[in-house]
Design a protein around this ligand. Structure first.
Ligand code: GDP
Ligand code: GDP
Length: 437
């Protein structure tokens, strides 16, 4: 599983600022698009070449204007109690307060490993700021400024050093002949129905894939002569009838499944449209840069009129991921599944395609000549050359000058141009702009 780090602290100490500093994707374009829910309390910190970990902002869960009652509401408390590590955030400007003392007393009772983070130390003497909290008796302390990203890399280092060893799940071997697919979505959209249908009702949901644990389930499947590995979805877990009723939507398991898959199939319930919870699930998949297919389930339950209405609603609500294919299915009837898997294949092929430097530079040149960047305050960006940097998602580096003046709309133009030219469907596309030659 992804280890979980909980941010705990009284209101206004900078939890959400720190949350953003830890989890923000480099992909600003994604975040600026309407439809992507900003109001997400879970995120994943992805330090380069190091272990990823999930972060939960418990303040966000508890709500905004809260006293200790809020800070310790059930959800926030539960999040902190299940965390592998708690970051106790305090305000270096205001110093220790009664509320901090109360939270600390409660944290001691939870007995989770805790790290004291003294925030807002920009422009302060950090020794003095740390001293102010010396009486709390932490051996693990750090002074940071979340707003200015000072000390954040060091904090990430320290967090990584404190997290428990990687469990068995990490060894889940990645057989390259299989496409790793995760069916994700909020409760009741039909994940289990679909997965059971795919696997055959009678089949035991168990697996001897190395690394499979109770918390992390994967199962191999063949369909139309192609090989898949279905990753850790709620549908894969065998639920007793009782569990089924009480099982709560586990965001952390969803995040884990997204991390491990190559293609995320986000399931929606056609009879309910796109709810906020659906939009967050989509947002998590986007943050991870995953190839994406949207399965609109329960299509059987709609009349012709409702289908028309639903089509137009979905195309509006899903405009922010218009590059993802949306497939109408019925898990109960098994219809649309061939199209669903064809879309999974297209998304996977686009996401993992290997590009040559010359074709990427050529694409950039054609795009640039057809439509040069606009002049912004007397400056105009020049694009010089480009090369591929990574796949899954396809990532292109563009070198040039005055690239900071490139507008979001120009970046979108480049993205759309590349999508069209390389026939990329079902995958995010990323650009990295590098100043100079
Ligand atoms: P939360 O209620 O704990 O989530 O706190 P927020 O992240 O909303 O931050 C509360 C206020 O503190 C905001 O006005 C932030 O801009 C400010 N803030 C957060 N981090 C820092 C920091 O590192 N330095 C300074 N000077 N201000 C900060
Ligand atoms: P999960 O929580 O996402 O795993 O959802 P389930 O697979 O448990 O399905 C939730 C409910 O939706 C159940 O009552 C299913 O019978 C129903 N359901 C699932 N798929 C379909 C479908 O394609 N059409 C219709 N009409 N109902 C469905």
């Amino acid at each position: 599983m992804l280890p979980l780090v909980a941010l705990v602290g009284r209101p206004n100490v900078g939890k959400s600022t720190l949350f953003n500093a830890l989890t923000r994707t480099r992909d600003a374009l994604v975040h600026d698009q309407p439809g992507v829910t900003r109001d997400r309390h879970y995120g994943v910190c992805r330090p380069e070449d190091q272990r990823h970990f999930a972060v939960v902002d418990t303040g966000g869960i508890a709500g905004e204007d809260e006293g200790l009652a809020g800070a310790t509401t059930r959800q926030a408390r539960a999040a902190a109690e299940e965390a592998d590590l708690v970051l106790f955030i305090v305000d270096g400007r205001e110093g220790a307060s009664r509320l901090d003392d109360d939270i600390l007393a409660w944290l001691r009772k939870t007995a989770r490993p805790t790290f004291l983070v003294v925030n807002k130390t920009d422009g302060l003497d950090s020794h003095a700021a740390l001293n102010e909290f010396a009486r709390y008796g932490f051996s693990d302390v750090i002074a940071v400024s979340s707003a200015h990203r000072q000390g954040i890399d060091e904090l990430i280092e320290q967090v990584l050093a404190k997290l428990p060893e990687d469990g068995d799940a990490a060894q889940l071997d990645n057989d390259p002949s299989r496409i790793r697919v995760a069916f994700i979505g909020r409760p009741n959209v039909g994940k289990s129905t679909l997965v059971n249908r795919l696997l055959g009702e009678e089949r035991m949901i168990a697996s001897d894939i190395p690394g499979t644990t109770r918390d992390s389930v994967a199962i191999d499947m063949e369909r139309d002569g192609r090989l898949y590995r279905l990753i850790d979805t709620a549908g894969l877990r065998r639920k007793s009838r009782v569990d089924e009723a009480v099982e709560k939507f586990s965001i952390i398991k969803t995040l884990h499944a997204i991390e491990q898959c190559q293609v995320a199939v986000v399931m929606l319930d056609a009879t309910e449209g796109v709810t906020d919870q659906d939009a967050s699930v989509l947002g998590y998949a986007l943050d991870a840069g995953r190839a994406l297919v949207i399965a609109i389930n329960k299509w059987d339950g709609l009349s012709d009129y409702q289908r028309q209405q639903t089509e137009s609603l979905l195309s509006r609500k899903l405009a922010f991921v218009s590059w993802a294919e949306a497939v109408r299915i019925s898990a109960t009837h098994g219809s649309g599944l061939r199209e669903l898997f064809a879309a999974v294949h297209r998304a996977h092929a686009s996401a993992t395609h290997e590009f040559s430097t010359s074709e990427v530079t050529q694409a950039m040149e054609v795009a640039y000549e057809a439509n040069p960047p606009p002049v912004v305050r007397g400056h105009v960006a020049k694009l010089r050359y480009a090369h591929p940097a990574a796949s899954n998602p396809p990532t292109f580096v563009i070198h040039g000058t005055r690239l900071r003046t490139l507008t979001d709309s120009y970046k979108r133009y480049l993205e759309n141009f590349f999508r069209k030219r390389f026939k990329l469907v079902g995958t995010p596309v990323r650009f990295i702009f590098k100043e100079g030659s």
